[in-house]
Ligand binder design. Sequence first.
Ligand code: NDP
Length: 232
Amino acid sequence: MKIALVTGASRGIGLAVADALHAAGLHVIRLARSLRDTSAERRMDISCDVTDPASIDRAISRIDKQLGVPDVLVNNAGIFFIKSLAETSLADFSATLTTNLQSAFVFAHAIVPKMAARGRGHLVTIGSISDYIGFSGSTAYAASKFGLRGMHEVIRQETAKSGVRTTLVSPGPVDTDIWNAVDPDSKPGFTKRKDMMRAEDVAAAVVYAVTQPERVAVTEIRLLPAIYTPRG
Ligand code: NDP
């Protein structure tokens, strides 16, 4: 049975991805700060703060001992806020890079070489429309997401002959808690929550990518709401 590890899987896109992969028959490991360590049929939850490499080490050792090397790694955990360059503190910038980008590196660094040694595996990176367009107020977020795009491209090159597949999924706005502080419905120029995609839409894209025949590499998927006006 294939094993999938999803970071940031307590709610939103990560939870939907975990549920969809479970429904597709995989053994799913969910990681997030608010989850408790538990195991059940084809499920394992691990409490993990992805900004803390020691916490990631603990999670990976537990997975190694109990399940072995995951077949699918979904680097999803992320934070988001809108602040101009002048309003963005060094702490804001650093927290965004650590959560969104460094954590993806730490997981990929620990797991992808083992996938390559085994000759198969799939790294899915949850990017964003902000991994290819710069929006006002997204200095930190865009730095992290463009960084993820760069890392995805390099890992794709490095693993191209190993049997490991890599997919970057880049969604536009999705109606999750990540938008609560922004409150887009009250602000002109933002996609309204009713028009946003659903977490399940992103999950369906991930399932599509990881269930293609081994000969097919789905390198990138961009998703946008059907009704969408990009912010400036
Ligand atoms: P949510 O805020 O709904 O969920 C974020 C998830 O990340 C939660 O499970 C949270 O778990 C986890 N997380 C955050 N910080 C940490 C941490 N330090 N350690 C462990 N887990 C953490 O956001 P979304 O589901 O919307 O976002 C998921 C991903 O999708 C992000 O990478 C985001 O950038 C990306 N994305 C989202 C879009 C959107 O419009 N919603 C559009 C494009 C991309 P917990 O708090 O329990 O730790």
